[in-house]
Design a protein around this ligand. Structure first.
Ligand SMILES: CC(C)(COP(=O)(O)OP(=O)(O)OC[C@H]1O[C@@H](n2cnc3c(N)ncnc32)[C@H](O)[C@@H]1OP(=O)(O)O)[C@@H](O)C(=O)NCCC(=O)NCCS
Length: 157
């Protein structure tokens, strides 16, 4: 299995949209767009991200197939990582490999991440890539319809 990153192509967006709208993935990620099924809002967000100098967005490929996305975004000094993998590919080490590749490409530090406190998969991916829990917070999770705990993690130099 070969995991690779490349720039996002227009043709990836319908794939990302389908991956985003998986109910199990939405519940897990918790801090999701208010209406993930709104294609126009989704497309507008991606258009803004792809044109922003503050965003490094990558498509995750496995053996040439589009399986998800990973990105660094935010203001300098407060930049965060995020990623999303198609549920049919979970548990194969893809998120860990994709985040590792992104961290090799984006060398600025510190970098931050946020995950729902019960998102064990994401917390494990981040820990394996060197992030350490640095704070806890609560926030409104659209996919849960309530405030939940989240963990802030930091990757130092
Ligand atoms: C979280 C997510 C990215 C993990 O992707 P993945 O490719 O399955 O992750 P990996 O295969 O690299 O797994 C890395 C580790 O996490 C563990 N893990 C993965 N999913 C898990 C789960 N649901 N519960 C517990 N552990 C889990 C794996 O066992 C592995 O640990 P190990 O190496 O000690 O065995 C994926 O489930 C996903 O896209 N979820 C929806 C979106 C999301 O939550 N994004 C992150 C927002 S903060």
């Amino acid at each position: 299995m070969q995991v690779a990153l490349r720039d996002v192509h227009d043709s990836d967006l319908p794939v990302f949209f389908r991956q985003l709208n998986d109910p199990e993935a939405l519940h897990m990620a918790a801090f999701t767009p208010r209406d993930p099924a709104d294609w126009d809002a989704f497309e507008a967000r991606w258009k803004q991200q792809r044109s922003s100098a503050d965003v490094v967005a990558r498509t995750v490929l496995v053996d040439g197939d589009v399986v998800g996305n990973a990105a660094v975004y935010g203001e300098p000094g407060e930049r965060e990582v995020t990623y999303w993998i198609d549920r049919t590919h979970w548990g194969r080490g893809i998120a860990t490999a994709a985040l590792g590749a992104l961290l090799a490409e984006v060398q600025e530090r510190p970098l931050y991440a946020r995950a729902a406190a019960d998102n064990e998969g994401s917390l494990r991916v981040l820990t394996k890539c060197g992030f350490r829990a640095s704070a806890r917070a609560t926030g409104y999770a659209n996919a849960r319809g309530e405030e939940i705990d989240e963990v802030v993690l930091t990757l130092d130099a």
